[in-house]
Design a protein around this ligand. Structure first.
Ligand SMILES: [Zn+2]
Length: 125
């Protein structure tokens, strides 16, 4: 199952360097890293999982690795943003507490499962 990252971004700490623009990691780049490096799938399996061609997967995966490496080496924040990934379900982010969830996780209709706010934003299309 394809899911967007469950966070908005990462920040380095213990550093004096500031002012560098963040690295923007697209959802599909996060997905590529997750399948290939976290779950240890072959690129053949990973691209099938994501429903994309092997060459598209290879390009996305390469971008993802370069971005993560740049963030680490250049002490940059990482932000995540929707790219072109297609997800199995609609995902929402709470504008108040920034929790991310699908409607499966919602107990009361149209409220954040974490803080009960009804100020929700769709993060997948
Ligand atoms: Zn919330």
């Amino acid at each position: 199952m394809l899911e967007p990252p469950h966070f908005r971004g990462y920040q380095p700490y213990g550093t004096s360097s500031k002012g560098q623009p963040p690295v923007e990691l697209l959802y599909e780049e996060y997905e590529a890293l997750k399948w290939a490096d976290y779950f240890g799938m072959s690129h053949h399996e990973a691209c099938r999982n994501m429903g994309i061609s092997r060459s598209t997967f290879a390009r996305i995966y390469e971008h993802a690795r370069r971005k993560i490496a740049r963030a680490l080496v250049e002490t940059r924040e990482i932000t995540t943003s929707p790219g072109n990934a297609a997800f199995d379900e609609d995902w929402y982010e709470c504008r108040d507490c920034h929790a991310r969830f699908t409607l499966r996780h919602v107990r009361r209709k149209e409220n954040c499962p974490s803080c009960e706010s009804n100020d929700l934003e769709s993060i997948t299309k």
